[in-house]
Design a protein around this ligand. Sequence first.
Ligand SMILES: *[C@@H]1O[C@H](CO)[C@@H](O)[C@H](O)[C@H]1NC(C)=O
Ligand SMILES: *[C@@H]1O[C@H](CO)[C@@H](O)[C@H](O)[C@H]1NC(C)=O
Ligand SMILES: *[C@@H]1O[C@H](CO)[C@@H](O)[C@H](O)[C@H]1NC(C)=O
Ligand SMILES: *[C@@H]1O[C@H](CO)[C@@H](O)[C@H](O)[C@H]1NC(C)=O
Ligand SMILES: *[C@@H]1O[C@H](CO)[C@@H](O)[C@H](O)[C@H]1NC(C)=O
Ligand SMILES: *[C@@H]1O[C@H](CO)[C@@H](O)[C@H](O)[C@H]1NC(C)=O
Length: 598
Amino acid sequence: MEATLLPLVTSEVVLISTKTTLPIEDKPTQVKVVDHLTAKYAAKRTIMLAAATNGSALPPSTSDPTSIEPTVDSSSLGSHPMITRAKASIFKTHHPANIGILGSSGLFYALLAFTKPKGFKSTTKNPTWVTLVRISAVIVLALVSIATVDAMNPRLSSNTLKFQAINCRKHSALLTEFGGVGDGVTSNTNAFRKAIEHLSTLAADGGAQLIVPPGKWLTGSFNLTSHFTLFIDKEAKILASQKESEWPLVEVLPSYGRGREAPGGRYNSLIFGTNLTDVVITGNNGTIHGQGSSWWEKFKKGELKVTRPHVIEIMYSDQIQISDLTLINSPFWCVHPIYSRNVIIQGLTILAPVTVPNTDGINPDSCSNIRIEDCYIVSGDDCIAIKSGWDQYGIKFGMPTEDLVIRRLTCISPDSAGIALGSEMSGGIRNVRIENVTAINTQSAVRIKTARGRGGFVKDIFVRRMFLSTMKYVFWMTGDYKSHADDKFDPSALPVIKNINYRDVVAENVNMSANLAGISGDPFTDICMSNVKIGLSKKPKKLQWNCTDVEGFSSDVDPPPCAPLAKAVKNGGCDFPEDKLPIENVELKSCSVEIPAF
Ligand SMILES: *[C@@H]1O[C@H](CO)[C@@H](O)[C@H](O)[C@H]1NC(C)=O
Ligand SMILES: *[C@@H]1O[C@H](CO)[C@@H](O)[C@H](O)[C@H]1NC(C)=O
Ligand SMILES: *[C@@H]1O[C@H](CO)[C@@H](O)[C@H](O)[C@H]1NC(C)=O
Ligand SMILES: *[C@@H]1O[C@H](CO)[C@@H](O)[C@H](O)[C@H]1NC(C)=O
Ligand SMILES: *[C@@H]1O[C@H](CO)[C@@H](O)[C@H](O)[C@H]1NC(C)=O
Ligand SMILES: *[C@@H]1O[C@H](CO)[C@@H](O)[C@H](O)[C@H]1NC(C)=O
């Protein structure tokens, strides 16, 4: 029995383990994501997270410096979405289409939880141990088969799939009705454009959904329309064309003044929308593959005169949902909502090689009322970067990112942040609530990046419940982030960084607790930290807290913080607002699509 179980375990290790090969379409660049967790470490973390999810006690700490002090309430740890999903599959609360995959993650976690940890004294011959593994394997297998049958039923019997959306549509069409060919070779750019042009005429009559059925759909850039749903089936893969002629140029963003990485223009994103209302991009974990490798190569060689495209960009729009998709190898930032409001982003798996720069996961930019939840991101740059325009252009445009909630994020980003605020923050960033973040092998957790000349502000930022493992820094603030649109910025335009709150943080295997550098003559103020336990790595930095031009409070922080933060927090803990943002109250409706049998 154990022999038959092993292959399943191996296939799931992909998501958290030591060596991950991304599923990549664009040969010949084979890119490997290497995350430095050892198998032992992964197993330990899994047990801890499983314990946290079950609400049971954490394993006792050992003398191993990477172990976590059990002083923080285990139930406050963020959980890996896969655990949440595995749990959901057992309690059947998740939407049915995903349960097949979930079942196997449940199996993975159950097995890991029962796998004898390295260093465990007893032998595999221990009869109690073997029985435990067998019993648990049988129970889990039974659950998996129930779950799998559930997942298959809708498709086999009626081909009807249910999904959750801000709005359902009256009309429905398949990409193949507009000449689409899903062979992975034929260009579908015209099929997408024709389909959406046609469906746009139905906007006032209950709206329409375009279904991308099973197959591989190569396409260049196309634009969305209002009151519209793009549904990408689980067995469908949209492949981004690598021909530059399939990517029209568009104007630079007014709040950036130029292309982000080249002064020329920028390419239209693969999926683009501007001036829209009520748009849904979703699927039952269908895939959009950005085929970024050719762009990365050209970028590295300095061959691009124009800024690389995003996978999805939505501009000047209201009521947007992007959910339940896997987005792979974006040429540039992956998901970029800008100048928009009422945005829900949930259930995205975003993967890019950790070695490629500027492949940020999700970048809310000059947006308001946004909810980002249950995302799993592996990136060569920030998993999420909150922005609002660049230097004098951003100051002039003056559109902040505000009222944003991010929850249940899992991030791997060895050279960047779990969540960055900035560095482009010239329109301001305020009222951001971040909860239940897991970051593994990530440079820093929630980082502030700014500079003289940026102007703007970052204020009223609330972070709670982070579980961090293998980090260079837990806290990082940078006041001299050197990247400017051009040399016409005004050095006297100083950013205001104020009221930044972090609480309930557990970290392990950390090199340096905090590197906090404000701006001289413009200190970052009201920085608050409470209930923070940092476990250091085997070779930690001697200087654990380097604080310049910052002021604030702390309580119950270990290792003890720098003097500028030593004042005790009033009321014991740092603030986290009790009220809800309007976007948190938006409930999704249950919609359906008919997918042809395949
Ligand atoms: C965060 O995690 C805790 C503990 O698992 C849970 O009680 C809480 O509901 C979670 N919060 C969110 C917003 O998911
Ligand atoms: C998509 O929208 C952009 C910006 O409005 C425009 O420049 C481009 O021509 C549009 N593409 C198509 C195919 O309509
Ligand atoms: C979209 O909206 C913006 C802001 O209101 C406006 O400046 C722009 O002209 C609009 N673009 C189109 C194509 O309608
Ligand atoms: C979606 O697909 C990705 C890639 O295959 C997988 O890693 C992830 O676990 C899937 N998510 C869900 C919710 O099934
Ligand atoms: C921590 O420091 C060690 C020794 O310098 C280094 O090898 C390791 O990569 C660092 N870890 C992180 C997460 O930066
Ligand atoms: C501490 O921070 C200051 C200001 O950023 C920097 O100049 C200095 O090199 C840092 N010291 C160490 C030991 O990292």
